[in-house]
Design a protein around this ligand. Sequence first.
Ligand code: C2E
Ligand code: CA
Ligand code: CA
Ligand code: CA
Length: 271
Amino acid sequence: AKKMGKNKYVIFDENLKNKINKEIQIKTTMNQALVNNEFKLFYQPKFDKNKNIIGCEALIRWIRDGQIISPLDFIPIAEKSGFIIQLGNWIMEEVAKVQQEWLNKGIKLEISFNVSAVQFRNEKFVNDLKEIFKKSQRNLIEMEITESVFIQEKDKAKTIINEIRDYGIRISLDDFGTGYSSLSFLREFEIDVLKIDKSFVDEIYSEEGKVYVQTILNMAENLHLETIAEGVETEEQFNILKSLGCKYFQGYLFSKPLPKEEFEKFVLSYS
Ligand code: C2E
Ligand code: CA
Ligand code: CA
Ligand code: CA
């Protein structure tokens, strides 16, 4: 038993070492990756109940030597190192650029982008955002935040959200229902859209699962908030969500996030 215990320890140690090495590698190559244009935004379409495309969400990918690195692997590291500020600005700049490109091609869609709490709390955030979207059609831009922006300095977060809304950009509350403070968030902050987390969509087949989603949808309606369900993978989930009154939908049932050119083709050939 002792020997096994020792082996286990060795295995654990190796895994940890690999994990740390991977982290260090990501951390030390991220800056250069931005310079080398290795970051790309992918776009996942959003749909209404008639399956019309109403917009899309921009999701970042790091493409290194033909391999896609998931944001789940590098966003937390970028947050820790502070690189998320630069990367976050690049994301917003890219969204502004792509919107202009699409409008020129006759593609008029709302685009949402994700903002990390660390980025949101940076004191230059609002100024950078305003500068970047100065010439944009801001009624077609949406910012997705999570409850984590609310944990520190609530009053400051409130001011920032209001300032961005006053600038004409809509606010969407991502992963709704997964945090501890969802209700107080809605009481404290002016937002436009509730994004129902995939975990609720996964559970929607059960009676209990339906009750949760119905409760969220009723509340959203009473508060005049739009609703979108994320992670919709089956026709059945789509139908149940529709019957419960959910307004918009996003998920693999319709499309995975696509590189820009593929997304454009998808939109232009979709009817
Ligand atoms: P999120 O904002 O909640 O994004 C939804 C995630 O679910 C995306 O993963 C998307 O590709 C995935 N997804 C969409 N539909 C389905 C589906 O039907 N089934 C399943 N299983 N998954 C689906 P992704 O792109 O890997 O992003 C993961 C997370 O990384 C995002 O979660 C977000 O928190 C973060 N992230 C992604 N892009 C950015 C970004 O540009 N900036 C920041 N700050 N965070 C980002
Ligand atoms: Ca999101
Ligand atoms: Ca989400
Ligand atoms: Ca998430």
